[in-house]
Design a protein around this ligand. Structure first.
Ligand SMILES: [Zn+2]
Length: 390
């Protein structure tokens, strides 16, 4: 019998347009036969944001460019990690419509999911303040999208990611503590920690998971007694059904560890956290591991719309025609969407300097601008969190 394969589209499938919606296939067939295809400008925007958000973080551009490279198209976009609001042009493609029509589905998928995760990560970062924030969400999604989730969690503001391959992509060390299985099979937290300390590289921080068999307080104290000053942190991953008041439990653990001279041992919390859960604990906790709320973050609903045909403004009802560019005030962060190519005003109403955020990335299928590293994109998001609010 033939071996079963995973249910994933290969990169070649995606490039060939095999993951497209069939109506684009049919449209291309018709337009080729009728010779009705024309040079168009198509714009990617969100009409609204999920959950009442007032801003989102646009990411996914690098993958979009990878998909479009060598096709005779021009691409303008806001740099990855740029904060966007409804009806602002995040990405614009100019070229013969049939040359990219079949890529609309995968392009939207890339932008929507990447930006959704980055937006959630930026929100979690705002909630966490200067506390450590690690993406633990890979296990909640299909492994074929692990890199997308973790890369965008990181650029959106997480400090680290849990999976090996994503960390490799980002050029950082993967972050992890210990699973319950290690404690269960070792026979207890003491033996688990001793095994960890003996066989795992010394540069990896020693973090004890303290809620496997016993009460968090007693397991935390046992961990402190076992490793002493070599213990970096304890992690509480208490399932919500047993949790009770997690704030009280964390306080108690902190108190008991401090009392016995372990004030330097940090407390990490994971398990079902979102913005609110993080804000409720951030004064007591040193770091958070966030899973489901990050990987299952709401996508940003980008749509692609034609706004120009052969250089003439033309758009469907409800959509402003003509190519556009996005300006933002560097002082009050007010946005201005203006016609592309028009003489950009230099000053905001507040007299602040206006910055043009729409940048040319591709000309005739060639990438004409150096793409930023994940670390640089992350810096842009972190700078924005200085003025953004939840
Ligand atoms: Zn201003």
């Amino acid at each position: 019998m033939r071996k079963k394969s995973l249910q994933i589209a290969t990169e070649q499938d995606i490039r060939k347009g095999l993951t497209t919606d069939v109506y684009f296939d049919r449209t291309v067939r018709i337009l080729k036969r009728t010779r009705a295809s024309k040079r168009v400008t198509a714009e990617f925007t969100v009409k609204s944001l999920p959950e009442g958000y007032t801003w989102g973080v646009a990411t996914g551009l690098e993958e979009c460019l990878a998909l479009l490279e060598d096709i005779d198209l021009d691409v303008r976009a806001v740099p990855e990690g740029t904060v966007i609001r409804p009806r602002e042009p995040a990405l614009t493609i100019e070229g013969d419509y049939v040359d990219f029509a079949r890529l609309e589905t995968p392009l939207l998928g890339m932008l929507c999911q990447a930006s959704g995760v980055a937006t959630k990560a930026a929100r979690l970062r705002l909630a966490a303040g200067d506390r450590t924030l690690i993406s633990f969400g890979a296990r909640r999604m299909h492994p074929a999208v692990t890199l997308v989730i973790e890369r965008n969690a990181f650029v959106g503001g997480c400090d680290g990611v849990a999976t090996v391959k994503a960390a490799e992509l980002l050029g950082i060390e993967p972050s992890g503590t210990m699973p319950h299985s290690l404690v269960i099979l070792s026979g207890g937290i003491d033996q688990a920690l001793l095994g960890f300390d003996r066989f795992i590289d010394k540069k990896i921080k020693r973090v004890a998971l303290v809620d496997t068999f016993g009460d968090e307080k007693f397991e935390a104290l046992a961990a402190c007694a076992t490793l002493g000053k070599d213990l970096y942190a304890v992690r509480l991953d208490t399932p919500s059904s047993r949790r009770g008041n997690i704030r009280d439990i964390v306080k108690e653990v902190r108190w008991e560890m401090d009392l016995r001279g372990h004030a330097g041992v940090r407390i990490l919390v994971s398990g079902g956290l979102d913005e609110i859960g993080i804000m409720e604990l951030r004064d007591l906790v040193d770091g958070f591991g966030v899973g489901t709320s990050l990987s299952n973050s709401r996508v940003l609903d980008f749509a692609m719309d034609i706004v120009e045909v052969e250089g003439e403004p033309r758009a469907k009802r409800g959509k402003a025609s003509g190519a556009k560019m996005l300006l933002r005030c560097s002082k009050c962060h007010q946005d201005y969407v203006i016609p592309a190519g028009s003489r950009a005003r230099k000053r905001c109403r507040c007299k602040g300097r206006l910055e043009n955020l729409t940048v040319e990335y591709m000309k005739g299928g060639k990438i004409v601008r150096r793409l930023e590293s994940p670390g640089m994109i992350r810096k842009r998001v972190l700078a924005a969190t200085e003025w953004l609010t939840l």
